[in-house]
Design a protein around this ligand. Sequence first.
Ligand code: DGJ
Length: 745
Amino acid sequence: MNIIFHEKSKTFHLFNNEISYIMTVLRNGHLGQLYCGKRIRDREDFSHLLEMCERPMGSYVYDTDRLFSLDYLKQEMPVYGSTDYHAPALEIVQKNGSRIMDLQFVSYSIEEGKPGLEGLPATYTESGEEALTLRIVLRDPLTEIKVELLYTVFEKYSAVARSMRVVNEGGEEVHLARAMSFCLDLPDCDYEWVQLSGSWARERHVKKRRLEEGIQAIGSMRGNSSHEHNPFLLLRRSGADEYQGEVLGLSLIYSGNFLMQAEVDCHRQTRILAGIHPDCFDWKLEAGECFQTPEAVLVYSDQGMNGMSQTFHRLYQSRLARGYWRDKVRPILNNNWEATYFDFTEDKLVSIAEKAKECGVELFVLDDGWFGKRSDDHAGLGDWQANPERLANGITGLAERIEGLGLKFGLWFEPEMVNRDSDLYRAHPDWILHVPGRRESQGRYQYVLDFSRREVVDCIYEMMAKILREAKVSYIKWDMNRSITECYSEGLPADRQGEVFHRYILGVYDLYERLTGEFPQVLFESCASGGGRFDAGMLYYAPQGWASDNSDAVERLKIQYGTSFCYPISSIGSHVSAAPNHQVFRNTPLHTRANVAYFGTFGYELDLNSLSEEEVCQVKEQIAFMKKYRQVLQFGRFYRLKSPFEGNETVWMAVSEDKRTAVVGWYRVLNVVNDAYTRVRLAGLDPALRYRNLRSGTLHYGDELMNLGLITSDATAGQVPAGVKPCTDYESRIYVLEAEEETLL
Ligand code: DGJ
C-alpha cells in the first residue's frame, strides 16, 4: 500500500496490491480523475490518460484552447456551470446568488491510518500500518471556500474510502445545496448496474440493468435509508459474474436521505455520484463553519461479485462494526413479537423463556408493548417506563426472572418515535417534526421526534439509560417504524430548515454513540419495520440488524441473498418463525426455516411451547448445530453459489478461515418430479484437503468438490422407495464438510 505524489506531473497514485486510484491536477488547477481499477504499475506521468479532442459545439475553459473542456475531462470534485454540464458533486449558493465555483488545488498531506469523521459513522483503523490517508485541499479563490477531500487506501482490502469536508474560510455566509461524498468519472459505460431494492417485507432484492445514456439513480427521501433502495450499488463489466470479471462496488455509510446515480453522457462516459440526497438539502455555512459529508467506500474486484462482497464483509465486519460484540458469535435468541404481539403478561413471557432455555436459547428478547400505556400501537411511544399493569415488577423484576432462568435479557425500544397518546407528547407537543399550523401526517399512529434538537435526544437518552442502569439488559432492539413527513424543526430558524433531515440522523447517531459508550457490553440490533434502515451507517453502532419483517423461509432466501452483496452474515438478523408464516401464510418445514436462518444471527420468533414434542426435539438439535457451527456461519467466508432470483434452487455456503470446515445450504422452492441429476460446484475450499461430507459420510477432495461439484440429486417425488422420506415443496438441506487429517501430498 502506498500513496505517491509525482511533483512534476502533479499526479497522485493511491494503491495496494489490488487497486489503483490515480488523480492529477489539471491545467486549470482542478483535480482530475485518471484511473480507478486493478492495480497498475506506477509511473511518473499518466497525463496520456487525459483524452482530449476537439468537440464541435463544445464550451471551453480556455478561450483559445479548443481541447480543454470540463464537459468531457474526468474530474474528482466537479461543479456545474463552467463548461461541465453533468450533475455536479458540489453546489454552493453564494451571497450574490451565484453557484459558480473554481476549485483550485492548494496542497495535500498524507497520514498513516485514518482519521474519524466527527459525529458520523466511518471505517476506521486500529494501527497506522493498516491504511494511508490522503488529504487534498482545494480552494475557491473568490469565496475562500475550502474543500478537503479525504481518500483512504487500506493495506488488506481492495477498497478506497472517501469523504469531503467543506470549510467556509471566507467572510460571507453561503449555502450548501449539494455536497456529495463520492464522485467517479469513468471513461466508458460498458457496465451492468446492480442495485438492492424492494419494499417492506421484500427488502434488498437484486435488480439489474445496463447503463445507458441519461441518468439512472436510486435514493431515499424518507429520512431513513429505506426498504425501497439500499445505499449500495455495483457496476460489473459485461461477462462478469459471481466469480470472475471486474466489479466496482459502492457503499454509502449513511442512514438518512441518499442519492446514488450514474449519468452516462453523449460520449458514453459515466459519472457516478453518491451522497446525501440534494433534494430538500440546504446547509447554511456561516463564516468559519464546516460541513463533513458521510463516507463512501469503493471496492474493486477482479473476482466477480463474490470477490467484491468478501471485501465488504471483511472490511465492514472488522473495521466498521465496533465494540465488544464485533468479533463474537451472536447469542441465539427468542423474541416474543410473533409469539404474542401485544398480548402478554409477565408470566406468559417467563413461560416462553423457560421453554426457550430448555431448548438451548441464550437470550430472551421482550419486544414492543412493555412501556407506557401501550396495549396496541395507538399509545405509549415516548414513555420509556414499564407498564405496571403488565409488568408489576418492572423491567428490573422481569430481567431478574429471566436471568434467574440462566438466560440473558433483551429489550425493544423505538427511541425516535412518540404517540400523541403519551406523557412525552402531552409535555412537549413541539418536539415532533412538524410544520406549525399544518396537518401532521401519521404513520402507524405515531410521529417522529425532532432528533435535530439536543434536548430531545438528551431526554430519550436519560429514559433509556435509566432502564439500562437499573435492569440487567444485555441486548437492545432499536426499532424505527415510520419515515419522516413534514420535515421541519421548531428548534431551527427558517434558513436552516434544509438541515433538518441530516441533523435528525446526526441526532440518531449521537444517541447510539452515547448509549453504546455507556453500555459497551450491550448488543444492539438495529431495525426499522424490518430492514428499512439496514445500512452501513447503522453497522457502526449496531453490529447486527433485523433484515426484514418477512420471516418466511422462502422469501428470506431472496432477502438474505441480496443483503449478502454488501453486508456480512454476522450482521443479518434471521429467525425461525411459526408455520403458517405470519406474513405470507406459507407452510414451510421447520428444518427449512432453520436452514435459512442459520446464515445469519439465528433465533426464534415464536412461542416454543406451541410446538409438538417432535418439533421441540428438532429445535434442540438446531440450536446445538448452530452453537457448533456459528463461528463458520457468521464469520467464515460466504459464497453465493446459486441465485434465488434465477431459478428454483438457491445454494450458498460458508467456509472457515482455515478452510477446514464448510457449511453448505441448499434450498429448493418447489418440488420436482423425475428431475435431472444435479451438482453444485463449491467454492473457497482447499483443493488438496480431503473433506468428509457429514450428511452422506463420503470423502471428497476439495478440488473435486470445487470442479466436479457436490452431488445434490435426490429421489424427488413419485415412486419413493420404502423407508425413504419423500421430499416436499420448500425442501432444503445442510451439508457440513469437515477436513480430515490425511491430505494429498
Ligand atoms: C417492527 C419490527 O420490525 C418488528 O420486528 C417488531 O419489533 C415490531 N416493529 C414491533 O412493533
